[in-house]
Design a protein around this ligand. Structure first.
Ligand code: ZN
Length: 135
């Protein structure tokens, strides 16, 4: 598997406007799109930071995994996303190595990416998302 870069850091938030304003006005960063990811029941806002991004995650439903995260832990760091060149091969490689995954098959994420999450038990407590963007 080839990991190309840190694609983004996911941050769980209770509101998008205040953090967007903070990152834009106080840190001088640029907003890079916003969309609802139905499958994950979140609305996401991307903020560009060099070659990586911050992904603000706002739950759109009370039964969203991010809503449960906010309930238990409050706002803050949620996951690390690593861009890979071939997500299907990466997932197969991890499965063959016996690594515990949340997604055994890559699924659709924001920005037309394919994503697959590793289980935090396999990564020493970090929720890791692998993603591959369309060319
Ligand atoms: Zn993400």
């Amino acid at each position: 598997m080839k990991i190309k870069r840190i694609a983004h850091l996911g941050i769980a938030v209770k509101d998008l406007d205040a953090p967007k304003k903070f990152y834009a006005e106080n840190l001088g960063l640029k907003l890079k799109g916003e969309e609802v990811v139905e499958t994950q029941k979140v609305k996401v806002s991307f903020i560009q930071v060099g070659e990586s991004k911050l992904e603000l995650l706002l739950p759109t439903s009370a039964d969203s995994a991010v809503a449960k995260f906010l309930e238990n832990k409050g706002e803050g760091f949620h996951h690390l996303a690593l861009e890979v060149d071939d997500i299907h091969a990466a997932v197969e490689e991890l499965k063959a190595a016996g690594v515990r995954l949340i997604d055994e098959t890559p699924r659709e994420g924001a920005h037309g990416a394919l994503v697959a999450f590793l289980h935090p038990k396999a990564t020493f407590g970090l929720l890791v998302e692998l993603c591959q963007y369309p060319d």
